[in-house]
Design a protein around this ligand. Structure first.
Ligand SMILES: [Zn+2]
Ligand SMILES: [Zn+2]
Length: 331
């Protein structure tokens, strides 16, 4: 599924199976989850998008050819596709900030396709125990939520603003870790608030409502800049506000008094391989259950439209290889 320009539908077409370069594996895609970042790419909101491109960066697939990964094994291919390995960032455990980084489904071809070539060093081993569609959403929604949580430090009481795929998974981690979470959805979205309550939220309401208690930290998953001052008002002194998306609308001006008291605002950029390994292990322990709506590859435009419209809870996943007896139905 090829993106040829901003705000145009993806086009189903035949392309050659990629020729892996040195250090790359050829992977047959089993499933690729849809991420809000894909919408930002579709809308031309990220810098220097190299059209035409194949989106998709939450990929589970089978190794077809590789020098270092065993053939037939299953891997996960995340957003961070490659780094330079020797810049100041790469050398200090901040490879997520590498200036030369390449990103799957953005500056490298992604997983809305039957095959992709991926740098072997940036693939994660993934067990075959679970369906590929259930694992795929861990690879960005889950992982970025986990990195955002790490930036919250020891916070006990955490606000989640925007309760989509990432928050759905993070809620399970927070509950497992015995932390309290407060879920904020779009005003009036009672269905999502109900889902958050079922997942163990101490409180669930609209982002226009006030948290019943001061929060230690807030994570913003919604791409809505106006939530930054909202969250600064919701956190206690010393509290952190973590912006977890790659793109956000402008943040309105706010009085210094709500940042005062050593409150912090910080963004989350990309992931490190260490985040991925830690998170996949944690996901196994919890264990995290993903809520998945399946689409065939050729229905990628529908999956993206449904994500934009908030049609489903959890994640949309393109299913390329169906398990025996499994069924993919287009919505
Ligand atoms: Zn680097
Ligand atoms: Zn993503």
């Amino acid at each position: 599924m090829l993106l040829e320009g901003p705000r145009t539908p993806l086009r189903l077409c035949e392309v050659a199976i990629p020729e892996p370069r040195a250090g790359e594996a050829l992977i047959k895609v089993e499933a690729c989850a849809v991420c809000r970042t894909d919408l930002h790419i579709l809308d031309g909101e990220l810098a220097q998008i190299p059209y035409p491109l194949i989106p998709g960066h939450q990929i589970v697939g089978e190794v077809v050819a590789s020098r270092t990964l065993s053939k037939g094994s299953r891997v996960g291919v995340p957003w961070l596709g490659r780094t330079c390995g020797n810049c100041a960032y790469c050398e200090t455990a901040q490879e997520n900030l590498c200036d030369q980084a390449e990103f799957t489904g953005y500056t490298r071809p992604g997983g809305y396709a039957e095959y992709l070539a991926a740098d072997e060093r940036f693939c994660f081993p993934v067990a075959k125990k679970h369906a590929a569609v259930e694992v795929a959403p861990l690879l960005c929604a889950g992982l970025i939520g986990y990195r955002a949580l790490r930036l919250c430090g020891e916070a006990e009481r955490i606000g989640l603003f925007g309760f989509g795929a990432a928050a759905h998974q993070l809620a399970q981690v927070l509950r497992y870790q015995g932390r309290e979470f407060y879920a904020f959805s779009r005003a009036g979205d009672l269905e999502t608030q109900q889902l958050a309550s079922e997942l163990g939220a101490s409180w669930a309401g609209g982002s226009d409502e006030q948290a019943p208690k001061p929060l230690d930290a807030a994570i913003i998953f919604a791409p809505v800049g106006a939530l930054v001052p909202t969250c600064l008002r919701a956190v206690r002194k010393g509290g952190r506000v973590i912006c977890a998306g790659i793109h956000m609308s402008d943040i309105p001006a706010f009085p210094y008094s709500i940042l005062w008291g050593e409150r912090r605002v910080q963004s989350v950029a990309n992931l490190t391989r260490e985040d991925g390994l830690q998170f996949l292990e944690l996901a196994r322990q919890v264990p995290i259950k993903t809520a998945v709506t399946r689409y065939p590859l050729e229905a990628a435009n529908q999956a993206l439209a449904d994500l934009r419209a908030g049609v489903f809870a959890g994640s949309a996943v393109l299913e390329l290889v169906r398990p025996p007896g499994g069924r993919t139905k287009a919505r």
